[in-house]
Design a protein around this ligand. Structure first.
Ligand code: EZ4
Ligand code: CO
Length: 409
């Protein structure tokens, strides 16, 4: 079997997605996710101009070899654009292998290690009343673990706090990449944040009891010392994890945080290489791997990292926002179902329009996700529907401090 066609689609059903479709001479198709939120066209061009032609006439069964070829032969390794492009190829080849074998991808990865993948939901609110309502809504939907983000007095616009009330039914827009030619500016004040967040977790624990696993995302905004302070002050409220407490470029930052707090740490959504996370795992500076298959080079390297992490009792907590397409989401769900050291999966259901373009095979029942048993990844890409939603430029928001200095986002 040979690869006959490799096509790239950019579509915007609620938000932008980049999709690669590989077709073999036997007419088997495989799809992969190459979405890089806010920089979509760079990956589309990388694939179209430099990768697609390299795939033609290759044997689609050689997943590892193709991955190594794309990674090593380019000379310019790593980086989010490169690795999202390689991820799409990797996923598409796993999809094809599954379809040819007549098996869902998780079976090719060793089979299921659990009945389903426990997912966490997202609650947020501008005050405690709205936050509690939001948590109750998530519990009603079946989530058994909840990420809690809150407005902070003194900060006007804050990422992670729902832009709209959840009851509108369209719940995907928690951290909107706003359409337009300029990113939205938000503000930030670390001291206000450090003072307020522990009071919110105390209130949530008092209201919902000790059992419910609670998570929080710090979005790379603290220094190591500030992160240590937050971790310490949250210890009485027994978080399941504190995510991205410091800027992710600096692995050594987490040494200082770790020395000072037992709050579990999770990081990795902006990582794109095994080298970004290997020291964190080996030194046991983190508890959860937040990488997403889409931004990490696909199923192949993420599986290697998780197998490595198993030796250090570090578990998965893959990034699952809606800018990971249903294809990328399915890819990591198959992996999560198969590995021993599964932790928790972030889940934000895709919008109705997104699901018109990507027909998902997953189920979400009683708090647990399952990728389904359709051969391959279990997602179908509807090219005609995709054509109805042309690319629409969008940017993630960003932050400035009170004096106008750009801050971490
Ligand atoms: O900001 O997916 O944990 N989730 C997050 C996300 C990220 C976006 C970036 O594209 O931090 O909301
Ligand atoms: Co995050």
């Amino acid at each position: 079997m040979r690869i006959e066609k490799a096509e790239v689609f950019v579509t915007s059903p609620s938000r932008n997605f980049v999709t690669l479709r590989i077709t073999t001479d036997d007419g088997v198709t495989g799809i992969g996710d190459a979405t890089l939120n806010g920089r979509e066209l760079a990956v589309a061009a990388y694939l179209k101009e430099h990768v697609c032609q390299l795939l033609l006439d290759k044997d689609p069964s050689t997943i590892e070899d193709t991955w190594q070829f794309l990674y090593r032969a380019s000379y310019w390794r790593r980086g989010p654009v490169t690795m999202a492009a390689i991820a799409a190829v990797d996923m598409a080849l796993w999809d094809i292998k599954g379809k040819v074998a007549g098996l869902p991808v998780y079976q090719l990865l060793g089979g299921a290690s659990r009945r389903g993948c426990r997912a966490y939901g997202h609650a947020s609110g501008r005050d405690l009343e709205h936050l509690f309502d939001s948590i109750r809504e998530e519990l009603d939907l079946g989530y058994k673990s909840i990420r809690v983000q809150t407005s902070v007095p003194g900060i006007e616009k804050l990422y992670g706090v729902a832009a709209q009330e959840q009851s509108t039914g369209e719940r995907y827009d928690f951290e909107p990449a706003n359409r337009g030619t300029q990113p939205v500016e938000e503000d930030w004040d670390t001291r206000a944040y450090l003072r307020h967040v522990p009071t919110v977790f105390e209130a949530v624990r008092n209201e919902f009891g000790p059992e419910l696993p609670l998570l929080h995302d710090g979005h790379h905004r603290m220094t190591p010392r500030e992160a240590a302070q937050l971790g310490k002050s949250l210890e009485p409220f027994d978080l399941y994890w504190l995510e991205d407490c410091t800027p992710a470029e600096s692995q050594e930052a987490l040494r200082l945080v770790r020395q000072h707090t037992t709050t579990p740490l999770a990081i990795g959504e902006v990582f794109n290489s095994v080298y970004d996370i290997k020291d964190l795992i080996q030194e046991q500076l983190i508890d959860f791997v937040r990488c997403a298959s889409t931004h990490f080079g696909g199923i192949t390297p993420l599986r290697k990292v998780m197998n490595f992490a198993e030796m250090y009792q570090v578990r998965s907590g893959f990034h699952g926002p809606t800018d990971v397409s249903p294809i990328g989401f399915a890819a990591q769900l198959h992996l999560g179902l198969s590995i021993h050291n599964y932790g928790l999966q972030e889940y934000m259901p895709h919008s109705r329009l997104t699901r018109e373009v990507f027909h998902e095979g997953l189920t979400f029942e009683n708090g647990y996700l399952h990728p389904g048993d359709t051969p391959g990844l279990g997602v179908e890409f509807d090219e005609t529907a995709a054509g109805r939603f042309p690319y629409d430029q969008a940017y993630l928001p960003y932050n400035r401090l009170a004096d106008g200095t750009v801050h971490n986002w």
